[in-house]
Every structure is written in C-alpha cells, then in structure tokens.
Ligand binder design. Structure first.
Ligand SMILES: N[C@@H](CCC(=O)N[C@@H](CS)C(=O)NCC(=O)O)C(=O)O
Length: 214
C-alpha cells in the first residue's frame, strides 16, 4: 500500500495525489502539516528531515520526499503509457516541461503570489510586490500559452507528468483575487482539466483553511 503524508490543502500534496489518481493507484493519505501538525515530530523527521509534506511511504523502499521525485517514482514504477513515455527522447521532452513547470510556474506562483495574497492579511499585503511577481509569472505563462496553442496538453497530444506539475497550479491561479492576463490557450486547457474527475478530487480543494485575515 502507498501511503502519502500531507494535508489536502498543500499544493505539493495535490500534485502527488493527482498523479496517484491519474494512474489509478490505491493509496492512503494521512493529514500532516500546517494545523494538522505531525511534521515536527521525531518520527516524521526520521521519514523526511525537511519537516515538509508530501512524504511517500511504501513497504519496500525508504520514505521518499520532494513532490517532483515522488511523481517521477510513481510513473517510473507503475506507468507504461504516454503519461511517462518509455522511449528516452519522448520522456526527456515530457520531463523538460515538468521541470520547467515546477521551477517557473509552481515556485513563481506559490510563494510570491499565493502566499502574498491568501496567506497574508489584507492590511499587510504589498500590491507592488504582488504585481511584480505576477508580471514575472505572466512571462512564463505566455510560454505555456504558446505551447498550448498547437498542443492539446503541455508536452504534446497526451496527458503527461508535465501536466501534473503545470496543471495543479492553475486552480489557485484562476481562483484567487488577482489581475490575470489573457491566456486563451491556457484557459482552454484549464477548462479541460476542470472537467476531469481526478483533477476535481485532488486539486480543486478549498484553501480557505490557509487564509490569513486581519
Ligand atoms: N520542494 C518540496 C516542498 C515541500 C513543501 O514546502 N511543502 C509545504 C506544503 S506545499 C509544507 O510542507 N509546508 C509546511 C506545512 O504544511 O506545515 C516538494 O515539492 O515536495
């Protein structure tokens, strides 16, 4: 049995859970992090010395952390479809977009935008810093928009691991109160993701428990 430690409201946990759901793997998820605690206990730090979520535990391997490594492990071990192609060149291209999404979209959205809008009290928010972070994010989202103009999914005609790293960020990007740019192809793609039950179950999760108010 696959066990995932981490609260549903964590975007990195959502990426892992969405991957598990796409691959239709049975798993158990245990709340941890934020108000659920656990991550600062000696037992948890033994599993993941960073004290972060997600952490994956499977009977026959050491605990695994870093969401990007976890989803690649799941795909390497349990997937033989276009989601994570067997051919090395095709896989490299999928991985390129997955890595690009983690670095340029997930990291450039989560802390500089989401945290500063949702996890910061309105009276302490810095609109100039948020606008600057969004400007930088939109340069990257425009690259995805161009890629999605001629591809149904981020790395080509099939849903792949790259879509997990990119797509899981979009729910919050489109849901929070920010100034968005026109990104017609990303919007078309996001509508498609929203119609997927695995996306609804794993990613379209309330983040209200994280909101800081005055
Ligand atoms: N690079 C790590 C980041 C892990 C991380 O920072 N996780 C956050 C949640 S998204 C966390 O553990 N926050 C502390 C908490 O939930 O209490 C990954 O991708 O797994």
């Amino acid at each position: 049995m696959i066990k995932i430690w981490g609260r549903k409201s964590s975007s990195n946990v959502q990426a892992v859970v969405w991957c598990l759901e796409i691959l239709q793997l049975p798993y158990e998820r245990q709340d941890a992090g934020f108000k659920y605690g656990v991550i600062d206990t000696p037992e948890y730090l033994e599993l993941n010395p960073n004290g972060t979520v997600p952490t994956l535990v499977e009977d026959d391997l050491p605990a695994l952390w870093e969401s990007g490594a976890i989803i690649r492990h799941l795909a390497n071990r349990y997937c033989d479809t276009d989601f994570w192609p067997g051919d090395a060149v095709s896989r490299a291209l999928v991985d390129q977009w997955a890595e690009w999404s983690k670095i340029n979209i997930a990291l450039e959205f989560t802390s500089p935008v989401f945290w500063k809008v949702v996890r910061t009290a309105p009276s302490k928010q810095d609109p100039v810093a948020i606008a600057a972070a969004l400007k930088s994010l939109h340069v990257k989202l425009a690259i995805a928009d161009r890629q999605l103009a001629s591809n149904e999914y981020l790395a080509g005609p099939h849903l792949t691991l790259a879509d997990v790293q990119f797509g899981h960020v979009l729910y919050r990007y489109f849901d929070i109160d920010i100034e968005r740019q026109s990104l017609p192809n990303v919007e078309r793609y996001y509508s498609m993701l929203k119609s997927r039950e695995d996306y609804q179950r794993s990613v379209m999760i309330s983040y209200e428990e994280l909101r800081v108010t005055d």
